[in-house]
Design a protein around this ligand. Structure first.
Ligand code: COA
Ligand code: ZN
Length: 316
């Protein structure tokens, strides 16, 4: 905590200013605002691996982190992130995207904000520099356990997920796996998934973590009214809240669009968290039925009907 005025050296006393108590100089009235520190870093990739540095200084000495550091007063966040990477790893990077912004230090006196960019390595030679005892590339499955700072762990976890999960249409050899998932988690009424995969007016999408099915969605087109129905969406419990169902639903919407459907519709128990997901994905509630699910259904509740309108000016 600063005790003396940065302007005149007078003593700071706590006084109300701008809606809260702040240190104010008794002599010159200077107000000491306490703002978060701003740091920037990169998740820099080369051949699907990410570069990490082992910290040679406190805090978290000896642990691995993303190349990152506090911004200088005369640089942009992107410049600072690229500079830190060059200093710590010897690598030149090209910043491609913003990954996320993370707040840190809420438990300590000084808070900060870390801006993490995605970057591609475009030059330089890997060599641990300033404040680093080692610098290395890691694949998604090789990430070290001892990652310093929760913000970096979160950024790497996000990267890992994004790296690992991919989406495609289910193939015939995945039908058995999907059937097993259905039996185990009661996603859907019993269905012949092999037939679903081959049926001309339906599509089954899977989310894969490497080769393993971790999520599935199914959609079929009703010929008489040109409406696509989402018939199931499911994500393995350990993979939930990563945006996988949202991607799977987007695939179903794309299918509807490609088939010239007027709308994509779905039905969800009012108490099911899928409702929030559909709403966020752009669906709207267009109806309900209090007596839709059978009495013995454990999820028994009101059924809500949802629609995603694909006709620019049509009303569904
Ligand atoms: C419902 C289900 C498909 C959601 O899958 P998911 O991959 O976790 O969903 P997403 O990560 O795409 O979620 C997108 C948003 O939906 C909302 N959401 C999803 N699951 C939620 C939950 N359990 N509680 C509250 N909100 C939830 C959130 O707003 C979430 O965004 P956020 O994580 O950034 O907050 C999954 O929980 C599931 O498989 N459940 C069992 C099967 C099922 O009920 N299917 C629906 C039948 S209609
Ligand atoms: Zn002063």
């Amino acid at each position: 905590m600063v005790r003396f005025c940065l302007e005149c050296g007078g003593s700071l006393v706590e006084q109300p200013r701008d809606g809260r108590v702040r240190p104010v100089c008794e002599q010159c009235g200077y107000v000491q605002y306490i703002n978060p520190l701003v740091a920037a870093g990169v998740l820099a990739e080369r051949e699907d691996k990410v570069v990490l540095v082992r910290r040679a200084v406190a805090p978290a000495q000896g642990k691995w982190s993303l190349p990152a550091g506090y911004l200088e007063g005369d640089e942009t966040a992107e410049q600072g992130a690229a500079r830190e990477c060059l200093e710590e790893t010897g690598l030149e990077v090209n910043i491609t995207d913003l990954i996320d912004v993370y707040s840190f230090g809420q438990e300590s006196e000084r808070t900060g904000v870390l801006i993490v960019y995605a970057a591609q390595v475009v030059g330089g030679e890997l060599q641990a520099g300033d404040d680093a005892s080692d610098a290395r590339f890691f694949g998604p499955l090789e990430l070290p356990e001892d990652i310093a700072f929760s913000t970096h762990r979160r950024a790497l976890a996000d990267w890992h997920r994004a790296q690992a999960i991919h989406y495609c249409e289910a193939t015939a050899d995945q039908a058995d796996v999907i059937t097993t998932l259905n039996d185990r988690y009661h996603l859907d009424r019993p269905r012949d998934y092999a037939a679903y995969i081959h049926a001309p007016h339906s599509a089954l999408y899977v989310a894969l973590d490497r080769q393993e099915v971790v999520g599935v969605s199914g959609v079929s087109l009703q010929a008489w009214n040109h409406v696509a129905h989402i018939e199931l969406v499911f994500v393995l419990p350990n993979y939930r809240r990563w945006g996988i169902a949202t991607h799977l639903i987007e695939r179903c919407v794309e299918y509807g669009r490609a088939q010239g459907a007027r709308a994509v519709v779905a039905e969800v128990p009012a108490t099911n968290p899928a409702l929030a997901m559909y709403l966020r994905a752009g669906f709207g509630v267009c109806g309900f039925n209090n007596a839709y699910y059978p009495d013995d259904d454990p999820q028994r509740s009101t059924a809500l009907f949802l629609a995603y309108d694909l006709e620019p000016s049509g009303d569904v």
